[in-house]
Ligand binder design. Structure first.
Ligand SMILES: *Cc1c(COP(=O)(O)O)cnc(C)c1O
Length: 397
């Protein structure tokens, strides 16, 4: 009997809990607390994290910031975008990829994504470019990298800046190249659910030294690093990361590489198991992806193969069986603030119907279910139980 009707749960042992921490996080955090240096201007943890995270990724500069949304806002400002500029953004993404440009007075224009990989389609991006377009933000959906070589080539041809939204992609690679290699800047999030976390946090990485200097000013109310007076040389907000956040991240950084490998291994097992179930189709992977970080395990759910049971009800039943699952992100134009044109003057906010037409993203938004990444941190038995739960629902519904 289905667990939702009082039957036994399919999931016998529990998934690893998230976040995962240990002695490292405790030791670094205690060092910060006892040192009395709790902000980056007097401590050394943020600096050390920036250096180690840049090394881990394989990029030159990293600026740690308060969160991933502000990281995108800063990257846009640092690259010189301003009022009346437009930025092309992956249509299927978390809302921050749209909100951050709006706060930077830049109008986000969604472009459709590939229906298999859920990533930006280079050709569709190129067709969407207008004289107002100044930048592009591809999103590495669930850790699957976009085709950055093609996207950056198109961007260069049209004189556009490239910002990778790598909030899901800590350590991702494609054609052997890391996040940050083909772009002007890439942004990360360390929010609680992300694959490295300090509760809230973010980073901008770049191989461009001048951009890094400018970002540093912008993220600290416009003050140079060693300023002892009140010298505000550019207009800047405060997006600084605290030493406690960096202490936790120094610990997380020691785990992420191995966790990425575990998720890759388990995602393959789960792909094989779920592909055999009628009505379930996992997110695809381009063959040139080297490291897919699998921030989410996403799959299409076809309700016709489940007696027309709605996706919401399916997710509820899966949760009852002991499998954490969620429905995917909505489209920008389905959010309440967008429908109400609640832009508060940041952008003019007129969109044509054609500008918002993204059929693949719509299909994904309406049909996809995802499992959080920690479900992929278990073992092959955990993967088997996920498949069992779905099969049980299909049979007994
Ligand atoms: C989480 C996330 C962000 C924003 O990160 P916060 O740290 O929560 O501000 C941006 N883009 C994507 C795709 C995300 O998933």
């Amino acid at each position: 009997m289905l667990a939702i009707r009082g039957g036994e749960l399919t999931k016998k042992k529990s998934f690893p809990k998230w976040p995962i921490s240990g002695e490292e996080e405790k030791r670094f955090a205690l060092e910060v607390i006892e040192s009395g240096n709790w902000w980056r201007m007097s401590g050394d943890k943020v600096k050390r994290f920036e250096k180690e995270f840049a090394e881990f990724l394989g990029v030159k500069n990293c600026l740690a910031v308060a969160n991933g949304t502000q990281a995108i806002e800063l990257a846009l400002a640092g690259l010189g975008l301003q009022k009346d500029d437009e930025v092309i953004v992956s249509a299927f993404t978390f809302i921050s990829t749209f909100n951050a440009p709006i706060y930077a007075n830049v109008k986000p224009i969604p472009v459709d994504v590939d229906e298999e990989t859920f990533c930006m389609i280079p050709e569709t991006f190129e067709r969407a470019i207008t004289p107002n377009t100044k930048a592009v933000i591809p999103v590495h959906m669930a850790g699957h990298m976009c085709d950055m070589k093609k996207i950056s080539e198109i961007a260069r041809k049209h004189g556009l800046k490239v910002i990778e939204d790598a909030a899901h992609a800590h350590g991702a690679k494609y054609q052997g190249k890391p996040v940050g290699y083909y772009s002007d800047a890439a942004t990360f999030s360390f929010q609680n659910g992300k694959i490295m976390t300090c509760g809230e946090g973010g980073a901008v990485v770049t191989n461009n030294d001048e951009l890094y200097e400018r970002l540093f000013l912008l993220h600290g109310v416009g003050r140079p690093e060693n300023d002892k007076g009140y010298h505000h040389v550019v207009l800047g907000n405060n997006s600084r990361m605290s030493e406690i956040q960096a202490a936790l991240l120094l610990g997380q950084l020691q785990r992420v590489k191995e966790q990425n490998q575990t998720r890759i291994k388990n995602a393959k097992i789960l792909d094989d198991l779920l592909s055999k179930i009628n009505g379930i189709k996992p997110q695809g992977e381009r063959c040139d992806v080297t490291v897919n970080t699998h921030y989410m395990y996403m799959f299409y759910y076809d309700k016709q193969e489940f007696h027309n049971c709605s996706r919401e009800k399916f997710v509820e039943m899966l949760n009852a069986e002991g499998i954490p699952a969620f429905i995917s992100y909505p489209l920008l134009d389905e959010t309440e603030f967008f429908i109400n044109k609640d832009f508060r003057g940041y952008i003019e906010g007129d969109y044509s119907k054609e500008q918002l037409e993204c059929p693949n993203a719509q299909k994904i938004a309406e049909n996809v279910v995802w499992l959080p990444h920690y479900t992929l941190l278990g073992d092959s038995e955990d993967m088997a139980e996920i498949a069992e739960a779905i099969k049980k629902i299909q049979i007994e519904i």
